[in-house]
Write a protein that binds this ligand. Structure first.
Ligand SMILES: NC(=O)c1ccc[n+]([C@@H]2O[C@H](COP(=O)([O-])OP(=O)(O)OC[C@H]3O[C@@H](n4cnc5c(N)ncnc54)[C@H](OP(=O)(O)O)[C@@H]3O)[C@@H](O)[C@H]2O)c1
Length: 200
């Protein structure tokens, strides 16, 4: 299988890339700056160009997307717009721009996060975006043509990210990145669609 991973060099993306490449799948690594190809989720034209360059492929997995973290009374309109433009619309646009190139029966795997139903302080934008991604995946699964599938992986904080984000998640037990990669594998190689895979 030819698998395109956006965010392939990140904490989650590396785990997914290593797992699927170790099983013989061809991985096309995409990053904002790193990887075989570059694209910016916040710039839809770069996604269009990306898929034109890659051509036909079987599955798209996304492990990228930024959101603003700030107390609600301090979140600016610009931070809201950036959060929507990047993690939410960026992934939606990636799906839409990939449609002419993904083969029949292929799959899309998007990234959300457990803040959609397990909020933390200063995480309102992240919770909002992650919930919206759940709605998108549930509905898009009904609309996708040609046997295409779509699922969302929704992890809590990773063990590998505790040093960076751990203080924002008091009392939350982190998950191993390897478990998150298995959820991607289930979405990519399995048969389900319209599912939210919570990894907690
Ligand atoms: N880590 C966690 O604990 C955790 C838990 C739940 C959900 N998530 C979600 O998982 C996603 C990935 O998190 P992560 O911790 O793996 O991130 P990360 O380690 O910071 O890696 C991000 C990856 O995405 C790429 N990227 C960043 N901005 C991009 C953009 N605008 N367009 C295209 N690619 C971009 C980066 O490219 P370069 O390599 O070129 O820099 C990098 O490869 C995020 O949406 C995050 O909210 C993470």
């Amino acid at each position: 299988m030819k698998l395109v991973i956006i965010g392939a060099q990140g904490t989650i993306g590396k785990k997914v890339s290593n797992l699927l490449s170790s099983e013989g799948h061809e991985i096309i690594q995409v990053g904002k700056k790193s990887g075989d190809y570059q694209a910016d989720l916040a710039e839809p034209e770069t996604l269009k160009t990306l898929f034109q360059k890659i051509g036909r492929f079987d599955s798209l997995a996304i492990a990228a997307g930024e959101v603003a973290f700030a107390p609600l009374e301090e979140l600016t309109l610009e931070q809201w717009q950036d959060s929507f433009q990047n993690k939410l619309l960026g992934q939606i646009q990636a799906v839409q721009k990939a449609l002419p190139y993904i083969r029949d029966g292929g799959s899309f795997t998007l990234i959300g996060g457990s803040l959609s139903n397990d909020p933390i302080k200063a995480g309102t934008a992240a919770s909002t975006v992650n919930r919206a991604l759940e709605g998108f995946v549930i509905s898009a699964s009904c609309d996708l043509p040609r046997g295409l599938r779509i699922n969302l992986v929704s992890p809590t904080v990773l063990e590998e990210s505790v040093k960076t984000y751990g203080n924002f998640f008091p009392g939350v037990i982190p998950v191993a990145g390897d478990r998150v990669a298995q959820a991607y594998k289930k979405s990519i190689l399995g048969c389900q669609t319209g599912q939210i895979y919570f990894v907690t």
